[in-house]
Each structure stands twice: as C-alpha cells, then as structure tokens.
Design a protein around this ligand. Structure first.
Ligand code: MN
Length: 367
C-alpha cells in the first residue's frame, strides 16, 4: 500500500518544485506573483504532509464514448488555476487550510494508453454488428486495475485523516475512492451527483467500468451509499430512468427540466437548493461531472447537453450544502476536457474545483 510518505517522496523525486511548509505557502500565495509553470494547484508548493485537502489526479479516459481529452483535464486545471485569485466570496480563504495536488497515481497514464486501442477495437466490432472481441475482457480488467490503484491511493490518504478531492479523467475514475470512503464510513453516506446524465447504464457498450455506468456500479456494489441525489439530469435512457425509480428511497433525481419548471413559476433557486440538500443524509460525498453545467461553461467536455446549471447555481448549491452543517467526506470533479489553444474549459474547471475545495473544507470546519 502506498503511504503518504511514499507519495511525498515521489513528489520530491520528480523535483517538481521546492516544497514549502503551510506558513511559507500562504505567504507566497498572498504575494500574488505569477506561479512557476510547474507549481501545483493555485500555484501552491505546499508539502503534502501539511495539506488538509489533497487533490488526486487520475488521467484516465479509456471508455469515453464521444469526445476525448478529459485525461488531460487534471494538468490543464492545474495550469489554469494559476490565474485564479484566492479569495472566495462564499468560503473565504480555503487555501489557508492547505490544499495541494499529488502527482497522478502511478501507472494510470500507461494503463490509459494501453486501453484506448483495445476500446476502439471493441467499439468497431459493436458498430459493425460483430460479437465483442477478446479485447473487451482486457479493457474490463484494466478498468478494474484502475479502480484498485485509485482505491489503494485513497486508503493510504484516508489512513492519515486527509480529505481527498479526485480530479478526473472520465467519470469512471472515482469508483475506487467511493469504495475506500465506504470502508471508512460503514454507517453510510449520501452522494450529491451533479451531471447531465444519470450514469446508471448497465455496462455501457459492454464496458463494466464505463463512465456512463459509474453510479450503476456504485449503487449495485456499495451499499454504504444510502442516498444518491442526482441534479441537472437531462439526457438518459428509459432503462436508466427505470433503474433510478427502482432504487426507490436510495435515489432522488432533480431533472433539469423540473428545476427549470419550478423556476419558471417563480420558485426561488434558494428553495430548490434547500430541497436538494434536505434529500441528503448527514455525511455527503460530492461527484461533480462538469457537463452538469450548461455547455457554454464546458464546450469541449465529452458529452455536452444543452441546459443544466449555471456556474452561480452550482456555486450556490455547494455554499448552501456546506452551510447546512452536513459533513462533506470527499469529492470528485470529472470530464473537464481542455481544447488546444482554448483555456476556457480548464478555467471553469479550476474555479469549480476551488469551490469544491472550499465547500469541503467549510463542511469540515476547516475554513
Ligand atoms: Mn457523468
């Protein structure tokens, strides 16, 4: 198992930057100078041992079904975050608690490169009506290996009582983190899932660990997830809607069309946000697919769908969740896909990531 110290050593080995303690980091960040290109999230060069919240990059996108690029999300978000100002109107100074990104989990990039041609082989067979080739089993085995590596890395950090924010990658990435949290929280927790999609498909295109199946896998395999609250959903199959209904008390879906209808007849977004939050138990994990936002905020994400939350609505929901006294036990941000010569997706992604950090730290009394 990877310990936090191993992770620190691997940071040092990469010689990414001169590591600083928390006091030095805060002082440097507050100088407001442009960070070195190799500095971490927000420009931080914080020693991971002193961070309350660690960001875990997972550059994996093998089973994406439409547009590619999300494997480059973590790196693009890190660079875009160097442009952010550090004061957050809702959460104050989240950086005072110590936030830093770790290097990508070992081996994930190689597994991603290995899986992509195999996925293409499977999809080509599917499109021509041929039976699935042997490559399908290999892709599923690689997906299981990714889950295992994410889980091991998460377990090592949770052992040290660190908060974790996973940065994808496609939306299959957080399964291992949710497993690790389930082990730490046998009494159960809820998931606030912001997304255009239910992600409740059974083995989409044959891929057990597809991005489109993440919450099917979570609900079928992780009983500690006692409530899945899905928000801004607007593109889904009949099978998924039926599966969501069959989850009964374990699911509450706030479809985008219903959110709009409620606003159209004058209900405030504040009231809607309270309704969403009240559906969640005391402990909450947040899973944020950037395509839950309206596509002008994320034009290059893999499966954009018109409609969805505005940036301010998403921020307000996170602010109100943290203010509700619920404990936020971790989060992921997935499907941010940078385009060449266009920083916009990464810019918005970095800002949502900082909001997620702020809400999580506030929800733990740390900012
Ligand atoms: Mn998703």
């Amino acid at each position: 198992m990877l310990s936090l110290c191993d992770l620190c050593v691997s940071v040092a080995k990469q010689e990414i930057f001169d590591i600083m303690d928390l006091e030095q980091t805060i002082a440097e960040l507050e100088l407001g100078l442009p960070p070195a290109a190799d500095a971490g999230f927000l420009g931080s060069r914080l020693d991971p041992a002193q961070a309350a919240l660690l960001l875990l990059p997972v550059p994996w996108e093998a089973t994406v079904s439409y547009g590619r690029g999300t494997a480059r999300g973590p790196e693009a978000i890190r660079l875009a975050s160097h442009q952010l100002d550090l004061e957050d109107p809702a959460f104050g100074q989240p950086y005072h608690a110590g936030i830093v990104d770790l290097p990508p989990i070992d081996g994930i990039e190689a597994l991603n490169r290995q899986a992509i041609p195999l996925v293409q082989e499977v999809v080509a067979a599917l499109e021509t009506g041929k039976p699935p080739p042997a490559a399908l089993d290999r892709v599923n085995a690689i997906g299981a290996e990714v889950n295992q590596r994410v889980r091991s890395a998460a377990e090592a950090l949770l052992e040290q009582n660190r908060l974790i924010g996973l940065v994808g990658g496609d939306h299959s990435c957080p399964f291992g983190l949710i497993q690790a949290l389930a082990q730490r929280h046998p009494d159960g927790f809820g998931v606030l899932h912001i997304d255009a999609h239910h992600d409740l498909r059974h083995a989409f295109e044959g891929f057990t660990w597809s991005h489109a199946s993440i919450f099917r896998n979570v609900m079928a395999r992780i009983p500690q997830v006692i409530r899945l609250t899905q928000v801004a959903i607007r593109d889904y199959s009949r099978e998924e809607a039926e599966y969501a209904r069959a989850l009964d008390e374990r699911n509450r879906t706030f479809y985008a069309a219903d959110l709009f209808r409620r606003k159209a007849v004058g209900e405030t977004f504040h009231a809607i946000a309270q309704d969403i939050i009240q559906s969640l138990p005391e402990k909450v994990y947040i899973s944020f697919d950037i395509d839950g936002l309206d596509p002008p905020y994320c034009p290059h994400t893999g499966t954009p769908v018109p409609g969805g939350l505005s940036f301010d609505e998403a921020g307000y929901l996170l602010e109100q969740l943290a203010a509700s006294g619920r404990r936020i036990i971790g989060f992921d941000l997935c499907e941010v896909a940078p385009a060449d010569n266009d920083e916009w997706d990464a810019n918005v992604g970095a800002r949502i990531l900082y909001k997620l950090c702020g809400a999580t730290l506030r929800g733990n009394g740390l900012c």
